[in-house]
Design a protein around this ligand. Structure first.
Ligand code: AHN
Ligand code: ZN
Length: 328
């Protein structure tokens, strides 16, 4: 009798283990519904934006730039990541050279199954889209177009430390994305596209690793009433990643922020990752169909400041990224 009982228990335990095993190895992203996804703290992300902006505009060569690099490194270290700096020299459209750096933070670098998150951290040196031409040579504070993506990534790193997901994550902060050809420049005759995204171009030619399942670029993820449409190069190079991320947004309750429609095709840091490093990478970038500029009213203006950040947008993007990571 006792033996029969033990046999039944062993069989039951095996069945349970088998079921669990089945579930863990399922390839369907529907597993997202059953995992505990931590709450993204958008207030904490906002505080990081304020902190980055307090250094001043983080333009190449400035004190604000080097001070902010140190802050970003320390923030990822405090979140338990392994951090390294990739120093590089960048040549602008006008031949001017600057020293700068990409900042790389790895969560559990020993894990084989990995996701890449990235964002640029530099500020544009010229507010060349400002409605007031007097501001066209002033730097952009870049609360949205710079600090927001980094802030969301730092906040995600903090959550990974609290509650371990099944995958590893690398965070790469690209320098010199936004020193591309200014609109007021009339004397340039090269390829304009090459003047943008200098840090990601450098990294794609010198990646610290490339074994990522996919990459997600966060660009301007804190704008007022922002919505994210399916960017065209992302759909071309990484269609299944777009589908997966937009599904995750729906599961997280942000289906209205991640809109199931086409956006534009944008020259951005995801292009060298797709074309040179061959990592399927999407761009999460806002699209305002009814505004004069599709990136929103503060884009490359002196109004890109912390007051014009929308905590709800940070929350929608941050929570969706946690859904992506913990649902994987
Ligand atoms: C261009 O408009 C050429 N690129 C948009 C990429 C960008 C600029 N993202 C932030 N600032
Ligand atoms: Zn920009």
């Amino acid at each position: 009798m006792k033996n029969t009982y033990i046999v039944i228990c062993v069989i039951a335990a095996c069945c349970l283990a088998a079921c669990k095993g089945n579930k863990a190895t399922t390839t369907e992203p529907t597993g997202q519904d059953s995992v505990q996804v931590p709450e993204f703290d958008a207030d904490s992300a906002m505080a990081s934006i304020v902190k980055q902006c307090a250094f001043g505009p983080r333009t190449l060569g400035s004190k604000a730039h080097s001070d902010c690099a140190q802050y970003i490194e320390e923030a990822f270290k405090a979140a338990g990541c392994e951090v390294s700096r990739q120093d590089a020299e960048f040549t602008l459209y006008n031949g001017q050279k600057f020293k700068g750096c990409n900042i790389i933070a790895s969560y559990k670098p020993e894990l084989q199954e990995r996701i890449l998150l990235c964002s640029h951290w530099d500020s544009r040196p010229w507010a060349d889209n400002d409605p007031d031409a007097n501001n066209h040579h002033s730097p952009v504070m870049a609360a949205n177009d710079g600090a927001s993506g980094v802030a969301v990534m730092i906040e995600i790193a903090r959550k990974l430390k609290e509650q371990a997901p099944a995958v590893g994550v690398d965070f790469v902060c690209f320098d010199a994305e936004d020193a591309g050809l200014p609109e007021w420049e009339t004397a340039f005759d090269g390829d304009e596209q090459d003047t943008w995204c200098l840090g990601s171009q450098y990294w794609a030619n010198n990646p610290h690793r490339t074994d990522f399942r996919f990459g997600i670029l966060l660009d301007m993820v804190g704008g007022k009433e922002a919505a994210f449409y399916k960017e065209l190069f992302s759909q071309h190079y990484a269609a299944s990643v777009v589908t997966y991320v937009w599904e995750a947004a729906k599961d997280a309750g942000y289906g209205s922020v991640f809109v199931d429609s086409d956006g534009g095709g944008i020259t951005d840091d995801h292009l060298p990752l797709n074309r040179v490093a061959m990592i399927p990478t999407i761009d999460v970038i806002p699209y305002y169909p009814n505004m004069e500029h599709s990136f929103g009213s503060t884009w490359h203006t002196v109004k890109d400041t912390p007051e014009n950040i929308d905590i709800n947008t940070l929350k929608a993007v941050g929570q969706t990224m946690l859904q992506v990571i913990y649902g994987y």
